[in-house]
Design a protein around this ligand. Structure first.
Ligand SMILES: [Zn+2]
Length: 183
């Protein structure tokens, strides 16, 4: 017989919610936002909770939709080449299957899988095309302005030097600001 789900022993049978301490996430003590869909997003300006029994973390994240929009802008606007996780993140933000996204940018679903899963970097032109189509399809006015009014200067700077990148977002006065920072 196969038992699914976590095995609970009597000693760690607890409710994390009741055993948690509240911690303020600051620029010096960032909260790792693992549910963002990217491995490298860190938040400040919110409270999070750490279970004192098992270490499990959770957070209050206000204005989640705005946060995801700001992270998307930071991903598309970064100088470094898009990583596989970032391509998957952008594709999922557009709610596109690999096959449909591939048709839009002119590559096979297998190619998308090689970028997203095998760590193959996209070519410079594929990288630019993904960003441009994301701007056009995302419905984000700020990104639309980027591709309509500032596309020459923007694309001429891409991709910049290869470097590991993190995304850092801070909530201030109920508004999210996000940027890419060297990892
Ligand atoms: Zn716990």
């Amino acid at each position: 017989m196969v038992i699914k789900g976590p095995i609970t022993r009597p000693t760690d049978n607890h409710e994390c919610r009741k055993s948690s301490k509240k911690v303020a996430a600051t620029l010096e003590n960032l909260y790792h936002f693992v549910h963002s869909g990217l491995p490298n997003v860190y938040l400040a300006g919110i409270n999070y909770y750490v279970c004192e029994k098992c270490g499990k973390q959770s957070a209050d994240i206000p204005a989640l939709n705005e946060l995801m929009v700001k992270i998307s802008r930071a991903v598309v606007g970064q100088e470094a080449r898009l990583s596989g996780a970032e391509i998957r993140f952008l594709r999922k933000r557009l709610k596109k299957k690999s096959s449909d996204f591939g048709k839009i940018i002119g590559v096979t679903p297998e190619q998308i899988s090689r970028w997203e899963n095998d760590g193959n970097l996209p070519s410079e032109s594929a990288d630019k095309l993904i960003r441009v189509f994301f701007c056009l399809l995302s419905g984000d006015e700020a990104l639309l302005e980027k591709v309509t009014k500032h596309i020459d200067g923007w694309l001429a700077t891409l991709p910049g030097e290869e470097h590991a990148t993190n995304f850092q977002a801070q909530l201030r006065d109920h508004q999210w600001a996000a940027e890419s920072v060297p990892a």
